[in-house]
Design a protein around this ligand. Sequence first.
Ligand SMILES: [Zn+2]
Length: 166
Amino acid sequence: MVIDSLAFAASGGTRSGTLPAGRMQRLSDLIAGGGGEVGYELHGAVREGRPVLELKLAGSVPVTCQRCLGPMRWEFEFANRVRLARSEAEFDLADAEGEDAVEASESLDVDALVEDELLLNWPIAPRHDDAGCKEGNGAQGAGTRQPFAALRELASRAGPPRSATD
Ligand SMILES: [Zn+2]
C-alpha cells in the first residue's frame, strides 16, 4: 500500500492494518517460523510546521532465544515519529535535531516503512525470561552447551572476563 506522504501528513490521514511477518523479505533470516503478525497504526500530522508520520507497531513474531536456542515469541509495542524530508538540507536538520526522517514521496510504501521500523527496533539478543529458559529447550539435544550459557559459566568461575580479543 502506498500513500502520498505530504498530502497524508497535511490532511491528518490515518491508516491501520496488520501485516503477516512472513511477508517481510528483510526479516526472513530473523524470524524463526510462521505465524507472526505486525499490527500498525499510521497517522499523518504537521508538528511545528513540519510534516511527520507517527507510527505505532504492536504484535509478536517467532524468534530464537539466544540463550537456549529454543523457540520464543518476541512481543513488541512501540511508537516512533519520522519527519518527511524533502531535501538533503531537511535530512541534515532532522539529524541535527535528533529526529528520524524519511524521504517525502508521493508513493511512500507503508509496508516498507513498517518493516524498517521493526528492523530498527529488533532485539539484539532475544531471550526467554529466566523461568522460561531451560537447558535442553526446544529441539536441542541433552548436554548441548550453548555459547552464551557456557561463557557465563566461565565468567563466574574465572572472575571478570579478559578483554575481548575475538
Ligand atoms: Zn531460552
